[in-house]
Design a protein around this ligand. Sequence first.
Ligand SMILES: Cc1ncc(COP(=O)(O)O)c(C=O)c1O
Length: 365
Amino acid sequence: MTRPLTVTIDLEAILYNYQYAKKLQPTCKAFAVVKSNAYGHGAIEVSRYLDRHFDAFAVAAIEEAMSLRGAGITSPILLLEGVFESEEWALCEKHAFWSTIENNHQLETFKSSNVKIDKVFLKLDTGMHRLGVNKEVAPSFVHALKESEQVGEVVLMTHFSCADDLSDLTTMEQLTYFEQTRQLIGDIGSSVANSAAVMKWAVPEDGWIRPGIMLYGISPFAEVSGRDLGLKPAMTLSTKIFSTRQLKKGDTVGYGLGYVAADDHVLATVAAGYGDGYPRHALNGTPMQIAGKPGLLAGRVSMDMLTVSMEDLSITPEIGQDVVLWGGDVPVEKVASFAGTIGSELVTRMTSRPHYRYISSDNYQ
Ligand SMILES: Cc1ncc(COP(=O)(O)O)c(C=O)c1O
């Protein structure tokens, strides 16, 4: 028996979620954001399957883009953070990447590289204060890019800091700043929306949307799950029970004696731990499903194992039974809330240690 921990990725679900994003913003084109190994789902497998369905892909940096091109992806690929080294401009031209430009250093190295690029996304800092130029200098950047004759089209782009909070006025302020800058520049395309904005905010109708987390069926909002929003969760993390023992009331379990049995019951040990990406900070009571019934984390998560009990202590868990750690009826958002984080972090930090299995209705492997 091999270690049973398995990450199952439903590629059809990702396609469904992408098409859902496009339905919500029907006049926009859509990037599929596949940075950080497609949020842990496997950038190459996801992109290969979806290449012919997507308008374009977006990644953080050139090594991610190179790996997709190396895997045969032909759709346009945008570098969301632009280039880190001036030598990368030549690779952008060679592999037909689109790039963000967000500061003067990038602009100058681009001009002196003399390379030609189909689209440059000029990043406007509308309030996130992490990347981008401000309203005062944005028109001169656009002018310089057009004058260089190295760019097919310049698109104005920004990123929201609080779009996941519908009661926060910051998004409206950022949108206003963005539109004011667009008016100063004149005729220019736009790209503003991450998943939260695609789903809930009024964004420019002629632009490029950039959904990331919603593609994987995970909610961008703290209080609702992806399923509640009509998304299809793409990742299931599952394993099996490989050991059990009878605990007596008062027995303690695992590192730091992190669980104390409140009653006599059977404890099960399953193959999954923080060495796989399961969060070490998950609290006792973190939900899961054991042979289709509710189960709970019982004790500290170890590197390769974790210990669990049935929610109903009168049910006896058995060796070989299936355990779903997230996915299906166990929303990853719920697991994340027990670990003090968000679903996006949990899926993205999955390691390559579990067995990865890709499924779809046409049985792509
Ligand atoms: C510039 C940019 N656009 C879009 C996204 C996608 O955001 P989300 O995963 O919230 O949809 C990200 C993700 O961090 C990003 O950095």
